[in-house]
Structures are given as C-alpha cells and as structure tokens.
Design a protein around this ligand. Structure first.
Ligand SMILES: [Zn+2]
Length: 507
C-alpha cells in the first residue's frame, strides 16, 4: 500500500529548491518516493496524509555518534576530551559489556534519535576495552528493530592507549605505563578479519538500511598498516571510512611529535584519504590540510555541541566549504554532548561561526546548515543516492512537522523556524524507507516502556561499574592534566579557539 502526502509545505533539499519551502504533494510507493508534484490525486487503497498546515523535510542525518556513551549521558561536565575520555572510555579495570546491555543501550539512542527526526545515524561504536562479534551484532539488531537507517562500525585502537599521546613517557608514572602497555590491543590482521566478516554478515542488511563501516579511531591511535588496510576494505565494499582527526589541540601537537607533519598530511601520504573518508571534527586543520581534504573529495563531520562542551575548538566551517569539502553534522557521543538531537546540532552549527567570523557574509546560512544536517550527512555516509533529500527514486526518509505549534508561529520563513525555533516538539510523524516509525511522539516498532524497564534492571550494576572505573582511572589524571597543559601552551600555528586569522595563517 502506498501513501500520498497532499498539499504540504515541503523542503526537499534537492538541487533546484534546496531549503526553500514549496507547496506540493509526495507519493510514496513501498519504500521509495515515486512522485512529487502539486496535482497528485489519491489512488484507491492509498493512505492519504493531509499535508495542509504541515512541513515535510528529509530526515536528519547524524554524521557522527557513539552509542557507547548512552550509559554515560548526564554524568560529566567541565572536562576537556583527554580527561573526559579517561572516565567515559576507561583505560584500566574494564571488561567487555554484555551484548544484551549493548542492545538496550543502542535502542535508547535509536529511540531518542527517531523521536527527534533523525532517520539515519553514523554510529562509530567504540567499545571499551575492545569490540567483539556479539556486541557488534547487538548494535545491528537494535537498529534493525527500531527501523532507523545506520552505518555502524567496527571501531579500533591498535596501539596501547598511552602510546597515542605526546609527552607520556615524561609525565606518566612508570608503573601505569607498564600496566597499560601490558594490555594487548587488537592486531591489524585481527581487525581486518573482523571487518571482512562484519561486511559479509551485516553490510546492506535490512533491505540496505544498515551498513558496516570501518573506523580506525585516529591516525595517532592506529598503525599505518591498519589505516591503509581499512581504507582498502572500505573502497572494496563501497563503505564509509570513519576516523577522528584533529579534534583537539593535543592531537595537533601529537601529529607533529609523531610524524613531523599534520595528521591529515600523514593520511594523504600513506594513501588513506578518499571520497569514502569522513573525518570526525577536523578542527585544528592548517590551510594546506583543508586543501588536501578538498582535493581528496573527503567529508568532515562537524560536531559543534560536543566541541563546545569539551572545549575542543571551532572547526573552520566556511574554509572547508570553500575548499569543496563535504560537510556533515554530528552530535558526537551521548556523553560528550549528552543528546543525539540533531536539530540542536543544526542550530549550534548555524550560531557558532557567527562569533568566530567577523564578516557576516561568511556566516553559515540556514540552507547550508540544513544541507549539512541532511544531504551532507548522507554523502559522508555514502548513501546520498538513497537518502538526505526528498527526490523521486530516493527512499522515503522524512519528517512531518505540525505547523500549528508555537515554534512555527507566526510562520515566517519555515526554514529559519526549523533551524532556530523548532526543537522537535512539533514532530508529528517520522518515516524511514516509507514506513512510519514514529507517530504522535512514540516509536511504532519498539515498546519504549519495556526497553526502559529492562534497562532500569541493569542500572544499579552499571552505576557500580562506573564508580569503580572512575576510581581506578583517576590515577591518570595528574599526567593527563599535564599533557593537556603542555599542548595548550605549544604553538601549532593554528588557533581554532579565537578564530585569530594571523595565527591561523602561520599554519
Ligand atoms: Zn567521536
């Protein structure tokens, strides 16, 4: 049975109308948009949705997310990345989480994302201490059940964690160094085998809704043979290659300490940059890095709220667009930003660069941040041929907003209302692949109360574990504080906190 949405205000995000609302109708046949036009008449047996007083938009795409952090949401504040990671991704004293808890944790993320109009997530699943086959399958199973579209990794760190940071030998207690180095990280061949099996088992699951991606954690956290081997797999499977690059100033210093060059230049030299590559963050980039990314046709997932919360810095939004780099937007983890709500992220992206750029002609437009939050995210996830805009032939991944609400009153420019006024409370219905997965604020495929009840049963144990991990890993705090202090004081030629152009030009 098909669906016809009649006479709605529609933001298509296609090449022609972009973020400019038009009044039209959308016919959905099975999982796809089969027709768009003002005069479509209902067919017998077709479900008709009256689109008057409604806004229809493509579903939002979360281009960078870590579902692992869902259990750490609302727990930390005022910690920079390197110190926050000590607690949210403990180095010592942690065992593998049971797959059942992983499934519940993922459902939480899927539920909150869908209800907020997010129809596609790029979930970089960083399990600590490492990821096993059952945990990965639990993530896929949860997304399959919830009805959301997802790219799921395959995240790996294959160096002892202490060897991914600069100055560590000088500042960390030798007994702690030894203890961390005694933990054997996955070998390159183990990760590549894991990924090959994951591609075979999960890639294009659920009618193509779910895809596996490779995700070496960062160029400083993985060996070159793994970085290159994962890139070859991504190309062979037409899958996303997702990697954290230059999120913090510590990482900018790390690149120079480890390779004598920037981390982007290092990736280019070893052949690990291409159209399948998405850099998460991309803050401490030099001008030359930005040109390299543009030439490589790579994407950057910009995560403004997480970057603000961890004090990481401000990504060069306009310079990246000018260089032809595809921009996605991401919430980042559920603990570094405490929410997967993408409308908040779109709004933050629209706001943040207005204070770091004196020329208001270079500020992000509503159309640009909406594009990054939809089609740009789809392009970075390598699914732009199926989602990210409302066009004939694409999957029907869309959100229907009620316009008779306070956020959309008095109905001036609907795109401006959507970015700056709406918070998700006007969402009436969310569709993924033509199926209504949220109706009247509730998921249709998941018993949300049952999931929360199941999770409540785990929470006392989770809380005990967290308290134990925090007390064990507090031993690293003095050394990591010193690393952070030294890096903050090291000139990199790039100043992404103040937006200082003179310092920037040095880079
Ligand atoms: Zn991340």
């Amino acid at each position: 049975m098909g669906t016809l949405i009649r006479h709605a205000s529609v933001i298509t995000m296609d090449e022609v109308t972009g973020a400019r609302p038009i009044t039209t109708s959308i016919r959905i046949s099975d999982d796809r948009i089969s027709e768009i036009g003002p005069d479509l008449e209902p067919r017998p047996d077709e479900r008709v949705i009256d689109g008057r007083d409604r806004l229809v938009t493509p579903g939002l795409v979360n281009g960078h997310l870590h579902s692992w952090e869902a259990l750490f949401k609302g727990r930390y504040d005022n910690l920079p990345l390197e110190l926050w990671m000590l607690f949210s991704y403990p180095i010592l004293g942690i065992g593998e989480l049971p797959a059942d808890l992983v499934r519940l944790r993922t459902l939480l993320v899927a539920m909150e994302s869908l209800r907020a109009g997010v129809t596609c997530v790029v979930d970089d699943v960083l399990e600590t201490p490492t990821q096993n086959v059952d945990q990965l399958a639990a993530v896929f199973d949860a997304y399959e059940l919830a009805g959301i579209r997802a790219n799921v990794s395959g995240h790996v760190i294959n160096k002892p964690f202490v060897d991914t940071l600069p100055f560590v030998e000088e500042v960390l207690r030798p007994d702690l160094l030894d203890e961390v180095r005694a933990i054997t990280p996955p070998r390159t061949d183990e990760y590549l085998d894991f990924s090959r099996r994951a591609f075979e088992r999960h890639h294009e699951r659920a009618g193509g809704r779910l895809r596996y991606m490779v995700a070496p954690s960062g160029p400083q956290r993985c060996t070159d043979d793994l970085l290159v081997g994962a890139a070859e797999l991504a190309r062979a499977w037409n899958a996303e290659y997702h990697i954290h690059v230059l999120e913090t100033k510590v990482q900018a210093v790390t690149g120079r300490e480890f390779h004598g060059t920037t981390l982007v230049e290092h990736l280019r030299r070893i052949g690990a940059l291409g159209r399948e590559t998405t850099l998460a963050h991309g803050i401490w980039l030099t001008r030359s890095d930005i040109e390299i990314l543009g030439a490589a046709n790579a994407s950057v997932s910009h995560n403004p709220i997480s970057n603000l919360k961890l004090g990481s810095g401000i990504a060069p939004f306009r310079d990246l667009l000018d260089a032809g780099v595809n921009l996605a937007l991401g919430s980042d983890g559920a603990s570094s930003s405490d929410s997967p709500r993408m409308l908040d992220v779109v709004k933050a992206a629209g706001l943040l660069h207005k204070v770091s750029e004196p020329d208001h002609h270079r500020w992000p437009s509503v159309a640009e941040v909406l594009r990054a939050g939809t089609l740009g995210g789809a392009r970075s996830a390598l699914v732009e041929d199926r989602t990210g805009s409302l066009e004939v032939g694409k999957q029907a991944d869309l959100v229907i907003y009620d316009l008779n609400t306070l956020p959309f009153t008095p109905r001036n420019d609907l795109a401006v209302h959507l970015v700056y006024s709406e918070n998700g409370s006007s969402i009436e219905q969310v569709m993924v692949a033509g199926e209504t997965v949220v109706e009247n604020g509730r998921l249709t495929r998941v018993d949300e109360d049952a999931v929360l009840a199941e999770l409540r049963h785990w929470l006392p144990r989770v809380r005990e574990w967290q308290e134990e991990w925090e007390s064990v890993n507090a031993a690293f705090v003095p050394a990591f504080t010193e690393i952070h202090r030294r890096c903050a004081a090291t000139p990199t030629g790039v100043n992404r906190w103040s937006g200082d152009e003179e310092a920037w030009l040095v880079g």
